[in-house]
Ligand binder design. Structure first.
Ligand code: ACM
Length: 540
């Protein structure tokens, strides 16, 4: 009854003010804001609508909004560096020292104000404006009147992309970064090297890409698959890397590069066989997938190898302006060290009790290189095994118990446990084309418990946030990458941004109707597995 009365009042007000029924527009914001109060009326965008800000720093956010409205809804908006004027969309950085990334959005029929706690907050406010816009071109672009107060639950909201197993051009990397931005994600983890390839130009070691970016062929289909003797390769130049970093920067996304050592190094060893514990055996970049107990993929602890690590990690630190450098450190097949007399002598000479301690020796070495450049090291959770210094950030990809151990040991930790956040796992068992592993259904991503049980408040505060990963063994094309990522990225985004009390699965499923329309608008491929398997009938 109350709802009917309120609706009648809203319609009456709309009639009085001359605004049409657009005020009843379905509000469907992902991730769910902390507080949202709808009001009667709408704000109409038209060709004279201007996005204004006095702050030069905010012009990229203003341009992002004007480009979006122009590209997707066909309505060009002006951007001006002037003071507020009636009827405009005003961007303000309050620089108030409150939660980074927080913002207020006030939409009235006579204007829109986005007030960020900082510049990132303004950008996220702009993303919410985008989420309130129509999802089809040709519809009058209106925004529902409302007030939103919003801020992120976690400071780290990441997505990873493996470009070693399959290569993706910078045009797609930028598109992927845009998808992150549209979900208020703020870290892009770029997995640049692995057994199958080295994909980043190194001025200090040009052979790495000349040789190590190319493999002899490709295995098609599920492992062991069919061998196709077509050389496969690709890498990013420094100029391309800088372009991607600048693009991400404008979207308030920090790029974290990963060079994976001391295991997962077959592409390095294909370039420098002398860096392995079996230098006289032939080496090539891997054609298949796995941890490679069968093929040697591990660096030997020699002076040449440590010089190499110093050179490449120093260059990486100089190229990437962000604070964080990822050293990998996962799945190091220790048998190669166990079987090597020279390695065992090295361990003895350095009082390293076992191979786990040797693994830590490598990580510690890289950490000192990275720290000397003023940066912070991140590694997969295996780096905890032999001990690692406290200021090293742990990325928990195995069971959540490893993440719990990491924060208990005082490490800042990113949660990306594979069973909940590896989007290369098929979403449902019907999706064999994505790969053999899974399923990882949408609801499981949505309900992923980011903070493990049994932690003190202080330990829980070390959980920095969560990340989705896309390993690309079975993802050779951009459409498959999108198909694997959507809609699970939307579920992760709400999980990592919205307060627990605002999360609601039924409401999320309702909002997904509109989100699918947005994917259509962006031209993104996506999976409808949830809707196919749960008898939820989509509108279109
Ligand atoms: C990993 O999935 N090996 C980090």
């Amino acid at each position: 009854m109350l709802r009917t009365l309120l609706m009648a009042a809203s319609i009456a007000l709309s009639v009085l003010t001359g605004w049409s029924q657009e005020s009843s527009q379905n509000v469907s914001v992902i991730p769910e804001p902390v507080q949202l109060v709808q009001k009667p009326g709408t704000f109409r965008l038209h060709r004279e609508t201007t996005i204004v800000s006095l702050d030069r720093e905010l012009l990229s956010s203003a341009r992002y909004l004007s480009d979006y409205v122009n590209n997707y809804l066909g309505c060009p908006l002006k951007v001006e560096q002037i003071e507020n004027e009636p009827g405009s969309i005003v961007l303000v950085n309050k620089k108030n020292g409150e939660v980074p990334g927080g913002y207020q959005l006030i939409i009235n029929p006579d204007g829109v104000e986005v007030q960020g706690n900082d510049a990132a907050g303004v950008f996220y406010g702009v993303q919410t404006v985008i989420q309130l816009l129509p999802t089809r071109a040709g519809v009058l672009p209106v925004l529902p009147a409302l007030e939103i107060t919003d801020y992120p639950r976690f400071a780290y909201r990441g997505m990873h992309l493996d470009v070693a197993r399959h290569f993706f051009p910078t045009s797609f990397v930028k598109k992927y970064i845009d998808y992150l931005a549209l979900h208020k994600m703020n870290y892009f983890h770029w997995h640049l090297t692995d057994d199958q390839a080295w994909r980043i130009e190194m001025k200090c070691r040009p052979e790495l890409t000349a040789k190590g970016s190319m493999r002899e062929g490709e295995i098609e289909g599920l492992y062991p698959g069919t061998y196709k003797p077509l050389p496969y390769g690709g890498y990013y130049t420094h100029e391309e890397v800088k372009e991607v970093i600048a693009y991400a920067n404008e979207r308030h996304i920090t790029v974290i590069p990963e060079i994976d050592i001391p295991g997962h190094c077959m592409a390095v060893l294909a370039t420098y066989p002398q860096f392995s514990t079996t230098p006289n055996e032939p080496k090539k970049a891997a054609l298949t997938w796995g941890i490679f107990n069968k093929f040697n993929n591990v660096l030997a602890p020699t002076p040449e190898v440590f010089d190499f690590l110093c050179d490449v990690f120093s260059e990486l630190c100089d190229l990437f302006p962000g604070q964080y450098i990822h050293v990998g450190g996962d799945e190091c097949a220790k048998r190669w060290w166990q079987e090597s007399k020279a390695t065992q002598r090295f361990m003895k000479a350095h009082a390293l009790a076992d191979e786990k301690a040797l693994q830590s020796y490598f990580i510690d070495y890289v950490q000192r290189v990275v720290n000397a450049k003023g940066k912070t090291l991140i590694g997969w959770d295996e780096i905890l095994e032999g001990g690692v210094s406290k200021d090293c950030i742990i990325m928990n990809w195995r069971k959540p118990t490893y993440g719990a151990k990491a924060v208990q040991a005082g490490h800042r930790t990113v949660m990306t446990c594979s069973a909940w956040s590896y989007f290369n796992l098929k979403e449902s068992n019907t999706q064999a084309e994505i790969g053999p592993r899974g399923p990882l259904p949408l609801e499981k991503v949505y309900t992923y418990q980011i903070v493990p049980d049994g932690l003190t408040a202080e330990q829980a505060s070390l959980v920095w946030g969560a990340q989705g990963c896309l390993w690309t063994e079975y993802v050779p094309t951009t459409w498959k990458a999108e198909f694997a990522v959507f809609p699970r990225l939307s579920a992760l985004a709400e999980n990592v941004w919205s307060p627990v009390r605002k999360k609601n699965w039924e409401n999320f499923v309702r909002k997904m109707e509109t989100q699918f329309e947005r994917y259509d608008l962006w031209g993104a491929r996506y999976s409808e597995a949830y809707f196919r398997t749960h008898d939820v009938v989509r509108k279109r």
